[in-house]
Design a protein around this ligand. Structure first.
Ligand code: Q9C
Ligand code: ZN
Length: 714
């Protein structure tokens, strides 16, 4: 077992004792956590985690949310006979009492509190509480929906009290509205509470008017309560990711939490009869991956619902695996979300845009005004939906690199009777290949390697044992790129940083030589070395470039390459160029902060990338000196993190060793998050400041410690 793992888990045999003795419709059963643990164990995940013991929560802790009467009544059930238990259960909505209920509820809460405390106090980086009973329906003085004590809410309150936290994000992806948590922080601007839930215009349990999108918080908490109602069943990966990309992530980045707690119910996962949704197990790993860059990695997943044992266990295990930084399994290309989901997103933007400037780029009253047609990949620019939802079947599904084939989307074409075999397939396909090493380094022509020096100086260096004796390839830029691709596609390494000296600059794909006349261009290299000779189907190139790249479609089959240029110094009034295999995003005009930049990235680049579904991402950073003053380097670390969710984490990072200036840190987004914690010692105040600055649209980024920022997320 790993001694000092940075990922913690909480579980306990004692949490498998309470159950419903008379009503088998109450599916919150001990087997739930047992199956999760079994699956995590099969995948050898538990031994890679640090285990935090479970203890009973104290009365003082519980009374931060509940009344004394609430505790007393709960405790009195421990000595009741079956008849009394039955009677008292009937007074509540979807609640059963068992002699062990009180104990289980207190243990569950105690475990959650200690996990979150360990994360906030930096004893571990992140973690998962595999506990029951759940908590998000529990109210001040009312048990509800299998919940007795408000685990996540109470942990949040305690951490704010103890550590003076100012911004906590609670994302409740359990398929039911987390009304208990919502009530607790409804007027508190320190807690951004977000619930995505099956709503069906109030027809779904718990049938509360306050689960709708227009319940946005009150008093100082206005704008800090976000409900995303799902008004249809059958919402899938594309629907959830559309919500996350277009609405939630921009707000999360602007909010800039110090701690992220997830009410992680897996009843929105495929096969759960409570949710009747279609989120695939692998998609939860993506959710986790998208949240990891926030709050310097301080992220806790706390189990709530989830009642299909198979998909519950798989989804939880893949979530834990994402916390452990294993490569994120591929999911099928996303499509446009359902109309009703688009509607919910737009409604949320309508009520939220006055509170969150990151949403002010968007139209919401007259969706047809939105300028989606500028971009070739329109299917995922959801405002409004520009094409009908398409589902992939085993017949028309695009080939994916054989890391994992996720098949949740198929379900929409299948009869319910086939659900189980589909879940079975999804689970079997999760046998993800994990490359030997996470990160490799390649330098052009024995370059001075100041980047390596820089990295060695960091505390996080110790967490890359394999790097410490990395052979530094030398040779031309082309040799370096080839060597990188070879190691990635042979699964020796997951990602590679390629430090070039030469002008690996724009125009990158114009067929011109990389470096001198004898060298092939980047596009030719990719074409010959990956697409032709390794049968790679789709490569995404993201180019952070200064000027309009003179992109020419030299590739024979360029549908296997998608080129996205983020032009950070575009000139006033410059139009994007349009090409079928390129997306050009001129950034200058409206972009005045990292948060602005992130919003564009989240709402345009990520959806397109997830629709393209690459097998390799090439992130071309060019020369960091071109970065506008307002854009922090930590922001680049975030981009890298987010892009790592694609292509099973296969990334080739092309940087250029800075020539003479102080800003030598072009390596800032070294693609590993295995030590996100390392930044806690950094004085990198910029990461958090940049979003606060964004709120006031202030430019001041003076006095930032560029170097510490640069590596903040490593
Ligand atoms: N579909 C949790 O998931 N059942 N509680 C409603 C109508 C509600 C769910 C039945 C069950 C409570 C934590
Ligand atoms: Zn639920």
């Amino acid at each position: 077992p790993v001694q000092d793992s940075r990922t913690a888990v909480v579980f306990d045999k004692r949490l498998e004792s309470h159950f419903s003795q008379w009503n088998t419709a109450f599916t919150e059963i001990p087997l739930r956590v047992a199956e999760i643990l079994h699956r995590c164990d099969q995948l050898n995940l538990l031994e890679r985690c640090q285990r935090i013991p479970v203890r009973e929560a104290t009365v003082e802790e519980i009374t931060t949310h509940h009344t004394k009467a609430h505790i007393d009544l709960l405790e009195s059930t421990a000595t009741m006979d079956e008849n009394e238990l039955k009677q008292i259960s009937q007074k509540y909505d979807y609640i059963y009492f068992h002699a062990k209920s009180a104990e289980n509820a207190k243990l569950s809460l105690g475990g959650v509190i200690d996990l979150v405390d360990a994360i906030v106090s930096d004893k571990v980086r992140n973690g998962m509480a595999i506990v029951r009973p759940p908590g998000h329906h529990a109210m001040k003085e009312e048990y509800c929906g299998y919940c007795y004590l408000g685990n996540v809410g109470i942990a949040t309150q305690l951490m704010m009290d103890k550590y003076d936290l100012k911004r906590v994000l609670i994302l409740d992806w359990d398929v039911h509205h987390g009304q208990g948590t919502q009530y607790m922080f409804y007027d508190d601007p320190r807690v951004l509470f977000v619930s995505i839930h099956r709503y069906e215009h109030g027809r779904e349990w718990p049938h509360l008017r306050e689960g709708d999108y227009d319940f946005t918080g009150e008093g100082p908490g206005k704008g800090f309560n976000i409900n995303v109602p799902l008004n249809e069943i059958g919402c899938d990966n594309s629907d959830y990711l559309a919500i996350i990309f277009n609405l939630l992530l921009p707000i999360f980045y602007q909010f800039d939490p110090e701690l992220v707690l997830v009410s992680a119910g897996y009843d929105c996962a495929i096969g759960c009869p409570e949710g009747e949704m279609l989120v695939s197990p692998a998609c939860f790993a993506h959710f986790v991956n998208l949240l990891k860059p926030l709050a310097k990695g301080k992220l806790a997943l706390i189990l709530e619902g989830g009642y299909n044992l198979k998909s519950l266990a798989e989804s939880s295990a893949l979530s834990l695996r994402a916390l452990l930084d294993d490569p994120t399994p591929l999911i099928l290309p996303i499509t446009a979300p359902k109309h009703s989901v688009t509607e919910s997103i737009l409604n949320c933007i309508k009520v939220m845009h006055q509170h969150w400037s990151c949403l002010q780029y968007q139209d919401f009253v007259e969706p047809q005004k939105v300028k989606a047609e500028t971009y070739p990949y329109q299917g995922v620019l959801h405002l409004p939906p520009v094409k009908d939802v398409e589902f992939y079947t085993s017949q028309n599904r695009p080939e994916v690199f054989p890391l994992i084939q996720d098949c949740a989307n198929d379900i929409t074409l299948q009869a319910k009777a086939e659900l189980n075999s589909l879940i079975e397939r999804t689970v079997q396909n999760t046998s993800l290949v994990v490359p030997k090493d996470r990160l490799g380094f390649v330098f052009e022509n024995g370059s001075s390697a100041t980047i390596l020096e820089h990295l060695r100086a960091r505390e996080s260096w110790a967490s890359y044992p394999s790097l410490q004796d990395t052979t530094q390839h030398s040779g031309s830029a082309a040799d370096c790129i080839k060597a990188s691709m070879d190691s990635i596609f042979s699964n020796e390494i997951q990602c590679c940083m390629c430090c070039l000296q030469s002008e690996c600059q724009h125009p990158p794909l114009n067929g011109k030589p990389l470096n001198g006349n004898s060298e092939p261009s980047l596009v030719n290299l990719i074409e010959h070395h990956a697409i032709d000779s390794k049968s790679v189907n789709r490569i995404l190139i993201i180019d952070l470039c200064p000027d309009l790249p003179s992109y020419q479609d030299t590739s024979k089959d360029s549908s296997s390459m998608l080129y996205i240029s983020l032009r950070v110094t575009a000139h006033e009034g410059e139009e994007p160029f349009v090409s079928p295999h390129a997306v050009d995003i001129p950034l200058s005009q409206g972009v005045t902060s990292s948060a602005d930049f992130m919003a564009e990235f989240l709402q345009i680049v990520l959806p397109i990338a997830y629709e393209f579904c690459p097998e390799l991402v090439i992130f071309k950073l060019n020369d960091m000196r071109i970065l506008p003053k307002h854009m922090s380097k930590a922001c680049l670390g975030h981009l890298t993190q987010l892009l790592l969710g694609l292509a099973g984490g296969r990334m080739l990072l092309l940087t250029r060793e800075a020539a003479q200036t102080e800003q030598s840190s072009s390596e800032d987004s070294t693609p590993s998050s295995s030590s996100t914690n390392a930044n806690s010692e950094d004085k990198g105040e910029g990461e958090s400041n940049e979003k606060r600055a964004a709120e006031t649209r202030s430019d001041e980024t003076e006095g930032r410690d560029e170097d510490s920022l640069a590596l903040e997320l490593l």
